[in-house]
Design a protein around this ligand. Structure first.
Ligand SMILES: *Cc1c(COP(=O)(O)O)cnc(C)c1O
Length: 402
């Protein structure tokens, strides 16, 4: 077993070797511009892009490949979806509904739109990390033009009831954007069954390369019209101009193809590993809490809070040999607990001692066993130094005797 172990697959995933192999020719012999229509270099590039587009469309059950718009990643996709609807429909209404635990790419876009005259409702979540559909229904007004709620959360892995959200949106004639970055390629995403109009995807979260993503834009029932962010040569149905990153798109397509074939088996394997990790840690340690619903959750995600330890020492102890994170990668530089954990109302103590384990395709049972041992030993060491923990033990022993 090689150290350090990578267990931070919500931050990014390694490129699958099969993906890299598929990409390589497009850096070399097949270097053409997919928009060159007069020669074979261009045609070959365009053919490769079309194949990739079709695979990505298939992965999310889009009606046609044209509904896939390539972007530089999901940050851009989130911006394009939300600002695209806002600009296109501002005459119709200026109200957007989202959730308090969205990725920063959604939240910061909404905050920006608030400075431009839009009103945004940030739905709270319950202890399990789930929005309440009643809150959503109550928030809708005649001015609501967009609901943007993620499928799987990047910190706690909790899955929102997207099909129900889509049904509500459809009944009220409101567009539904879903940031499905953490879900696509890991669990089934069906844009038609889930009644989604816009869906953000990122290749580097599903074993593809960084710097490439997509926005699914529904073409029918209803046609979803958005304004572009980037103007230029009219690529991607005019929604995203700029020469296509052909090698990255080919890799993205290969990653989608692999996911289609392997998702079912792989997600079952990850769920087993995740449960082994959770049970292994909770068997050896008391006062360990799972953050977010265990039931409505990505198979590869485990987010735990450890009572009676100091958060930073805990993380330092673990990350010597295991790459995990606390909070989200973007906010972990600050010692403030993440807004996602805050939204769960765990209380100060537990907010500061969370660890996110993100299991992925190349993690093994041996790595999970090692992780259990390491985490248990670090936590035991830290607790041995904690007066508060000793006091709590005494109290519990007393009340047990009574
Ligand atoms: C990683 C991530 C993003 C941003 O994707 P990039 O392709 O890195 O820009 C957006 N939303 C969620 C939920 C993510 O996990």
């Amino acid at each position: 077993m090689k150290l350090p172990i990578y267990m931070d697959h919500h931050a990014t995933t390694p490129v699958d070797p099969r993906v890299l192999r598929a990409m390589l020719p497009y850096f070399k012999a097949e270097f053409g511009n997919a928009a060159s229509v007069h020669h074979a270099f261009g045609w070959n590039a365009e053919k490769a892009v079309a194949r990739a587009r079709a695979k990505i469309a298939q992965l999310i059950n889009a009606e046609t490949p044209e509904e896939i718009i390539f972007t530089s990643g999901a940050t851009e996709s989130d911006n394009l979806a939300i600002r695209g609807i806002a600009e296109m429909f501002r005459e119709k209404g200026n109200h957007i509904i989202t959730s308090a635990i969205e990725h920063r790419a959604v939240l910061d876009t909404c905050r920006y739109l608030e400075t431009q005259g839009f009103k945004v409702t940030y739905l709270p979540v319950d202890r399990e990390g789930l929005i309440r559909l009643d809150d959503l229904k109550k928030a809708i007004s005649s001015k609501t033009i967009l609901i943007s709620v993620m499928y799987a959360n990047n910190e706690i892995g909790v899955l929102q009831p997207v099909k129900e959200i889509g049904t509500i949106a459809q009944a009220r004639g409101i567009f539904f954007h879903c940031d499905a970055v953490q879900a696509v390629g890991k669990i089934p995403v069906d844009v038609r069954a889930m009644k989604m109009h816009l869906v953000s995807i990122s290749a580097h979260k599903m074993y593809g390369p960084k710097g490439i993503g997509a926005l699914y834009v529904r073409k029918r029932d209803p046609r979803t019209r958005i304004a572009p962010l980037i103007h230029g040569g009219g690529h991607e149905r005019g929604l995203r101009s700029g020469t296509l990153n052909v090698p990255a798109i080919v890799g993205f397509g290969k990653a989608a193809e692999i996911s289609i074939k392997e998702m079912k088996k792989e997600s079952a394997r990850l769920l087993k590993l995740r449960e082994r990790l959770r049970a292994g840690i909770q068997r050896e340690l008391d006062e360990v809490y799972v953050n977010g619903s265990l039931d409505q959750r990505l198979p590869g995600n485990l987010n735990l809070s450890f009572a009676f330890v100091e958060g930073e020492s805990l993380l330092k102890g673990i990350t010597e040999t295991i790459a995990v994170s606390s909070g989200s990668a973007c906010t972990s530089a600050t010692s403030e607990p993440s807004y996602v954990l805050k939204a769960l109302n765990l209380g100060e103590a537990l907010e500061h001692t969370s660890v996110r384990f993100g299991l992925g395709r190349f993690n093994t049972a041996r790595e999970v066993e090692y992780t259990i041992k390491r985490v248990v030993s670090v936590v035991k060491q830290l607790r041995a130094l904690s007066d508060l923990y000793a006091l709590d033990r005494q109290e519990k022993a007393k009340s047990a005797k009574r």
